[in-house]
Write a protein that binds this ligand. Structure first.
Ligand code: ZN
Length: 227
């Protein structure tokens, strides 16, 4: 049997970077695809995603989707991005509010369908995505159920039956950080912040979840954050 191959959707954040690192053990990664959709963090994300791809020795490409400017989202700069407190992270109501503030219309759906097109073109079996169990509670497009639904649909829309795989989907942030530390992944390569600043802001929900997971793993890495 041929060694399976994959395309990875790489934002440069914790989840997709660890998903890529884990996938290298099982699949040949033909391309890491990073998408610039005009997000506030685009500049930092692209630099860090490129650094992750280089570190892991994977071909890298940035795809520009400028028409996302037609959409409203905190991530696209048309609304405020909330700064939740530590206790807010476990409060489902508050998390749902912050999730709505940073929701981008069908973003993951659009990205995954594009990546599946690249996978078919490259003759790849899989698209690797970095979902996580913690955020699947508030982001339905991060869930294992969504992966299964996509795989049903891709049987119809790709000639080679591309499948979506997320090696991090069953883990929460603490477990993903634990995995990153255990494989000695250089954390300074990551960009998980919703903003593009010199250092990660340390205050947005994405930073807060990463910070908490690092602290629980006794690996605070204060130098990664501005606050
Ligand atoms: Zn941040």
């Amino acid at each position: 049997m041929n060694h399976p191959s994959a395309i990875v959707l790489l934002s440069g954040g914790l989840d997709s970077s660890v998903a890529l690192a884990l996938s290298l053990r099982k699949q040949t990664i033909k391309l890491a695809l990073h998408i610039n959709y005009g997000q506030r963090a685009a500049r930092s994300e692209a630099l860090h995603a490129a650094a992750v791809a280089e570190f892991l020795g994977v071909p890298f490409r940035v795809l520009e989707l400028p028409w996302f400017e037609s959409f409203d989202s905190g991530l696209l700069g048309t609304a405020e991005i909330p700064s939740p407190s530590r206790t807010d992270l476990d409060d489902l109501n508050t998390s749902q509010q912050t999730a709505r503030a940073v929701w981008v219309p069908n973003r993951n759906g659009i990205f995954i369908e594009i990546a599946a097109g690249f996978a078919e073109q490259y003759g790849a079996d899989y698209v690797i995505v970095g979902f996580n169990r913690e955020e699947a509670q508030t982001f339905s497009d991060n869930s294992q159920a969504y992966v299964e639904a996509l795989n049903q649909a891709l049987r119809y829309s790709t000639a080679n039956g591309v499948r979506i795989v997320s090696p991090t989907a069953h883990m929460d942030k603490v477990e993903i950080v634990e995995t990153a530390l255990s494989i000695k992944f250089p954390l300074e390569l990551l960009w998980s912040c919703y903003f593009s600043t010199k250092k990660m802001c340390g205050a947005c929900e994405s930073c807060m979840r990463l910070k908490r997971a690092l602290e629980i793993n006794n690996s605070a890495h204060h130098e990664l954050f501005a606050n």
